[in-house]
Design a protein around this ligand. Structure first.
Ligand code: SAH
Ligand code: F3S
Length: 478
């Protein structure tokens, strides 16, 4: 077990069940980040139009799709093991075709066909609209590959088919790709350059979600604070935009405001924020609109300025702390979470202590914590030696995880005795008689059902807690 927080983020798998009537059947699985799960909903939408129904029985699937993650070696190994398993299923179901989607497809390209004989189709994250053509090739018995990355947002006009949804919360993608080139990260290579989606199509999607009963959206991007709409095109080409385009450009704070005002009752979250791009006006916008949740995911990766520089993160430890202070003064009850990497090349014991002391300063509400995993082709892999021994990486990671556990406990207890707004997402996993929902800070709250319904906003008095869950009693609608 690398750590419990990682399991939560990377270990979830998505199967899709639905209409059984179509002539062809697909089975789809997703790994990795929220963006992959969101993309699978786009893929499902595209393939439904091609006459594909769905199945949860691998043995009867005509098409098996795996939406893959490359972020760490372990994530890739998980997919390889799955492909091995599909190989055994193919003995029972020889007509089955297998397509690999997502970041591994982009990273390995046609090499995938050689390395994994079971794979018939390799499709990168920007090429899903080409799936109907690629499938024709595959149905005719030819292998098909499309890993071309795009300059445009790509899927703004596809209405996602919501997969395995609770009917209350949904992801809405707002940017694709990343220009940051953090030296450890494979994402700029697998998802291409950064581009933003037309704000009007975002607002339209949010409006449709509200009309369909959804009550919370999470705006998704690798780096949402860098959102910039100036009529389309890559972020890096903004410098070539006309004066008119610049004067009317929509930045992230503007987008948040547009969404918050379009649906004043819809809860809004967003992920992920890169500290270097988080502008103060975004904080004021969060503070101004009660429907924007008080919850910021602000990965830092390391508490050492020297390591941050090696990682090509564009801020120092001190600048990050100043940003934390600013968040705390503008949004006093804001939950802050992090991503942290232990054992980046050249990390010393003193650097590691800097990470622990930064955590002690912030006392994060929660975090996703990882041991450094060298990714082929990244700047760190090219320039630095992966010189921290595996055992040291693991030990440092464990210290980080232990400290985070203590901080989770501390933060959870701060909610005791308060009365907080909770959006009901569904029945508690542990008890039929209880609802499970989340407060603004994204903490799980469990309370007796009474007459309340899924999708209701309820005020709950918090009376008890475990390390990660709040328990309470509803006192009325909010
Ligand atoms: N901006 C992105 C970050 C994607 S990667 C987002 O939306 O979440 C998610 C996290 O994985 C990073 O913040 C980092 O902490 C971790 N990560 C990325 N590359 C890694 C690597 N090579 N080894 C270990 N952890 C890594
Ligand atoms: Fe990766 Fe850094 Fe972008 S972590 S996704 S290169 S912000």
């Amino acid at each position: 077990m690398e750590n419990m927080m990682e399991e939560k983020r990377q270990g979830e798998t998505l199967l899709w069940g639905g209409s059984q009537e179509a002539s062809k059947k697909m089975y789809i699985e997703s790994y990795g980040c929220a963006m992959n799960f969101s993309d699978s909903e786009i893929v499902a939408s595209i393939l439904t139009k091609e006459g594909y129904g769905t199945t949860q029985q691998l043995e009867e699937a005509d098409l098996v799709l795996v939406n893959t993650c490359s972020i760490r070696d372990k994530a890739e190994q998980t997919v390889r093991k799955r492909l091995e398993f599909f190989q055994s299923v193919k003995k029972i179901n020889p007509g089955m075709r297998v397509g690999v989607l997502g970041c591994m497809a982009e990273r390995l390209k046609s090499k995938f066909l050689e390395e994994e004989k079971i794979v018939d189709m390799v499709v990168g994250p920007d090429a899903y609209k080409d799936l109907p053509n690629l499938l024709k090739e595959v149905e005719d018995g030819r292998a098909a590959v499309n890993v071309i990355l795009s300059k445009d947002e790509t899927y703004g006009d596809v209405a996602p088919v919501r997969l395995q949804t609770n009917g209350v919360t949904a992801f809405v993608s707002i940017t694709r790709g990343c220009d940051n080139m953090c030296t450890f990260c494979v994402v700029p290579f697998t998802r291409g350059r950064e581009r933003s989606r037309d704000p009007h199509s975002i607002v339209e999607e949010v409006n449709t979600l509200w009309a369909n009963g959804y009550r919370e959206v999470t705006l998704l991007g690798q780096n949402v604070d860098s959102y910039l709409w100036y009529g389309g095109g890559l972020k890096k080409d903004y410098i070539k935009a006309s004066e008119m385009q610049k004067a009317t450009a929509i930045h992230f704070a503007d987008l948040l405001q547009m969404v918050a005002e379009a649906q004043p009752k819809m809860r809004i979250r967003f992920s992920t924020s890169n500290p270097q791009d988080m502008a103060e006006d975004v904080l004021h916008t969060i503070a101004r609109y009660p429907n924007i949740c008080n919850n910021i995911h602000l990965p830092v990766q390391s508490g050492s300025t020297r390591i941050l520089k090696e990682m090509n993160r564009q801020h120092t430890r001190e600048e990050y702390i100043a940003l934390i202070d600013k968040i705390r003064s503008i949004i006093p009850d804001c939950a802050i979470s992090h991503d942290m990497i232990s054992g980046f090349p050249t990390e010393t014991e003193a650097d590691h202590q800097d990470t622990l002391s930064l955590m002690a300063y912030v006392k994060y509400d929660y975090g996703y914590m990882f041991a450094y995993s060298e990714r082929p082709g990244t700047p760190a892999a090219k320039k630095l030696i992966d010189d921290v021994p595996e055992a040291v990486k693991k030990r440092r990671l464990q210290e980080i995880v232990n400290l985070q556990r203590a901080h989770c406990d501390y933060r959870t207890k701060q909610h005791l005795g308060k009365t907080e707004e909770v959006l009901i997402e569904g029945t508690s996993k542990k008890s039929e008689a209880h609802w499970m929902g989340r407060n603004s800070q994204n903490m799980v709250v469990v309370f007796p059902k009474e007459h309340y319904q899924k999708g209701d906003f309820v005020m709950v008095k918090i009376t008890d807690c475990t390390s990660a869950t709040l328990m309470g009693q509803a006192v009325g609608y909010s």
